[in-house]
Write a protein that binds this ligand. Structure first.
Ligand code: NAI
Ligand code: MG
Length: 790
């Protein structure tokens, strides 16, 4: 056969390599050795390590391993640049972002080739996905800079942001971090991942070309300890991290108590759900993208395939066939589907996990296709026959490995999908719009794709539920995480009213006249404390005014269980929740005199004003329940992304010592309005107003378990709650030391936190606290991508 006839029979691809010359020339122009980019200039290279091309093991360049002193120099430069940069008008800042976007487009091929060489991803992806999205992010955020004051009134930038990014989308993650930070008026110190520093260094040159003021963007290269020097630096105001959940938890602990802002975008084990009425061929193509895009090294990879049993056999057959047509090879080849993993250590990690999965009963399938030797290449891999307990069904593999399970009913699909500590993304395939839109709200994930997958856009928030982290990147949602309420930067320390003396050391001495200990309130019932102990409550002159139970770990456990059993509160209609809160307010108002007297007894102040403010606050959030809602984003894809505002789940709220009634109401009202269930620890010093509140609850149709109240020592109960895996978020109002402890302990399951850190938050201030401040902290946004106008 002649050559052409041969090609027609085999229909094989010939090589279509993209040239590496320009990228190699750029590296050579830097003598293949880099320092950091600090204060608008290159530093002299220090101790360096190699950045390699994982497709062939060749060293591309030497980059400097940043020291604590390097980080400090970068922070100083960023600090010095902050006043001028943040004082520019949004329009002026926007023009810089626009210039950066233009320059990235101008040099897009260089960026794409360099990215592919350093990371191993196919040029088709870096050229058609990564780099265009990077440019899109800077364009989009140029607009946010300009409209900042109008859209975020009374908000200010944090200051200096420390940003630490992973290696799977080196330049794209940089863009997700730097574009919103600069738009908001922050300056940054960014550390790229050690495997993939080069496009960040090329980006530094772009900043220079765009005449970005010195010190606004600083790039420090290095490994984990360089990252730790950033998270530990005292003059950084906010940390933004993307990477493994493990390191995310380390960073949460490291920043606890420092007052640094923090957003974490962590791992995932995202379900890819295919119902029996799906368009199977499209679902297969989607799956190729979900798990073999970027060799599966994607935090939101659809790595858990859930297929309805009735089509399982047919689906897997088609899938295997499709797998055998995937081309693994030189990432610079334009016709390659799967490139190289980022580094040998990742290849080993993936191999080990696959071995484990098979040893635990999984069945391995790999297509009979060619894989080049000598680089970090792996075949696309499918593991079937896995149980929910199998390691590969639970651990983030971060490689080209798909794990498959089947389900029978939609309920089972949801249960399997949510059976993970992660909650980053999920995909649904069905031709039935009712089914898709019934399942989407039930999935605990920050992003849901319907009949599509791996869609990203600068206008659409991206980020996780549960241990996938908190914070959003992209769009309005993302901007909010680079801004602070102006007043929050000016808070003063809280000075507690001096404790009055006159108490007896002997708990029995004071007890005269008090024959009743107020109980706890758990699952809609009054409950005795497990400990059998009670705590005295003293009035302003030191006289005993009552007793409450001394709550312990067991009481908390029961309360959390009740709060979790009541999570259906989130799915009652917002109108219904509003009605219940209005009714609660009304019933409190009926008893205004009684509550005022109790407040007087505890604090010595005229309680009438506090009761009135509490009633008003309940009204305020009843009013918000059906108004604080989402948005519809309009990305360039033929889709809409509906940003749904959802509850966090079961929240722990520890009220401040002062204002026994309003202090609790101001915090629980927004939480309940948005559909959370709550375990409340009322003021430790003056808990009686909230134990009296049981009676109001009982007459107000609040479903049992929605609000549970445990009295006791705030610090002790805060620790138990912060460590509890059944709690999704914790708010603590009180001293700095306990705030730090709460933040640290919250790392266990990556809870969202709000703490007052010993500062005085005047919760009676309506302008500050009757609106979005706590509503935002009581919710998380889920973006549901829906085909629209296709
Ligand atoms: P990693 O989380 O260690 O690295 C991410 C970034 O954090 C890098 O820039 C690294 O230098 C930095 N870092 C490491 N330790 C640090 C510390 N103590 N303090 C501050 N910064 C620190 O991820 P790694 O080790 O590269 O990958 C291991 C596994 O993590 C992967 O196999 C994958 O499962 C997961 N991963 C998940 C990502 C995601 O986006 N979900 C991204 C990268 C990794
Ligand atoms: Mg590399």
């Amino acid at each position: 056969m002649n050559k052409i006839a041969e090609i027609f029979t085999s229909l094989d691809y010939g090589p279509a390599p993209e040239s590496a010359d320009v990228a190699l020339a750029w590296l050579a122009a830097h003598d293949n050795t880099f320092g950091h980019f600090i204060n608008g200039a290159w530093t002299k290279p220090g101790k360096t390590f190699a950045s390699e091309n994982p497709a062939n093991g060749k060293v591309l360049a030497q980059v400097t391993d940043g020291t604590a002193a390097d980080v400090d120099a970068a922070v100083k430069a960023a600090r010095a640049a902050f006043p001028k940069w943040s004082a520019l008008s949004g329009y002026q800042r926007g023009k810089y972002l626009y210039a950066i976007a233009r320059l990235i487009q101008k040099h897009s091929r260089l960026f794409a080739v360099l990215e592919t060489m350093d990371n191993g991803k196919p040029i088709r992806e870096s050229r058609d996905v990564d780099i265009p999205l990077v440019a899109r992010h800077f364009y989009h955020h140029a607009g946010w800079a300009q409209h900042l004051e109008r859209e975020f009134p009374d908000h200010v930038p944090y200051g200096v942001c420390g940003q630490i990014i992973p290696w799977n989308f080196p330049l794209l993650m940089l863009a997700w971090k730097i574009a919103p930070a600069l738009a908001a008026g922050n300056t940054v110190v960014l550390k790229p991942a050690e495997f993939t520093s080069l496009t960040a260094l090329l980006f530094a040159e772009i900043c220079d070309k765009a005449h970005l003021p010195k010190g606004v963007v600083n790039i420090v290269t290095g490994e984990g300890d360089t990252g730790a020097a950033i998270t530990g630096h005292p003059d950084i105001d906010k940390i933004a991290f993307t990477g493994s959940t493990e390191v995310g938890k380390i960073i949460r602990r490291a920043t606890a108590g420092t007052g640094k802002g923090i957003s974490l975008e962590l791992g995932g084990k995202s379900p890819y759900i295919v119902f029996d009425d799906a368009d199977i061929d499209s679902a297969i193509e989607g799956l190729v993208d979900a798990i073999w895009f970027n060799q599966g090294q994607v935090c939101c990879a659809g790595s858990r395939l859930l297929v309805q049993e009735s089509i399982e056999e047919r689906f897997l057959e088609k899938l295997k066939k499709r797998m055998s047509t995937l081309r693994v090879g030189d990432p610079l080849d334009k016709a390659v589907d799967i490139g190289a993993l980022v580094a040998p250590v990742q290849v080993e990690r993936v191999r080990d996990l696959v071995k484990k999965g098979v040893a635990e009963g999984g069945q391995l399938y790999e297509p009979d296709i060619d894989v080049p030797g000598g680089g970090c290449f792996l075949k696309p891999t499918l593991i079937t026959n896995v149980s929910t307990a199998n390691t590969v069904a639970n651990e983030e593999i971060f490689g080209p490995v798909l794990v498959e399970m089947s389900f029978r009913t939609p309920e089972e699909a949801v249960a399997l999908a949510n059976n993970t500590r992660y909650g980053l993304a999920a995909t649904i395939w069905t031709e039935n719009v009712n089914l898709a839109l019934d399942i989407a709200p039930k999935l605990k994930a920050g992003v849901v794709w319907i009949n599509s997958t791996n869609n990203f856009d600068a206008a659409v928030g991206f980020g996780g539920y549960k241990e996938s982290g908190f914070g959003r990147e992209g769009g309005r949602e993302g901007m909010a995480f680079y801004l602070k309420a102006k007043w929050e930067k000016e808070l003063k320390p809280f000075v507690a009213a001096a404790a009055k003396s006159g108490k007896s050391a002997n708990p029995l001495d004071d007890a005269g006249g008090i024959d009743q200990t107020a109980k706890m309130y758990i699952a809609g019932k009054q409950a005795r404390p497990d400990s059998g102990y009670s705590r005295p409550v003293h009035g302003p002159s030191g006289a005993l005014v009552g007793e409450v139970g001394d709550g312990n770990r067991k009481d908390i456990r029961n309360a959390v269980e009740a709060a979790r059993a009541a999570l259906g509160w989130a799915t009652t209609s917002a109108h219904n929740r509003a009605q219940i809160l209005y009714f609660l307010a009304e019933n409190l108002e009926y008893r205004a005199d009684e509550f005022a007297a109790r407040l007087r007894a505890q604090t010595g102040e005229d309680g009438a004003a506090e009761v009135a403010a509490s009633v008003e606050r309940l009204f305020a959030f009843a009013g918000w329940a059906d108004k604080y809602d989402g948005a519809v984003h309009n990305p360039p894809q033929r889709m809409v992304a509906t940003a749904m505002v959802e509850a966090l789940g079961a929240m722990a709220i520890l009220a401040p010592p002062s204002r026994p009634l309003l202090g609790s109401i101001a915090l629980i009202a927004p939480a309940l309005a948005m559909g959370n269930t709550v375990v409340l620890v009322p003021s430790e010093r003056s808990p009686l107003s909230m134990t009296d509140f049981y009676q109001v609850l009982e007459t107000s149709d609040v479903p049992s378990g929605v609000l549970n109240i445990v009295t006791g020592e705030s610090k002790v109960l805060a620790k138990t709650l912060a460590e509890h895996d059944g709690i999704d978020a914790i708010w603590f109002a009180g001293d700095a030391e306990t705030s730090a402890m709460v933040e640290k302990a919250s790392a266990g399951n990556v809870k969202q936190t709000w703490t007052s850190r010993g500062l005085y938050y005047d919760l009676s201030d309506k302008a500050k606290f009757e609106g979005d401040y706590f509503l935002r902290r009581a919710t998380q946004v889920k973006n549901v991508w829906i085909p629209y106008g296709a």
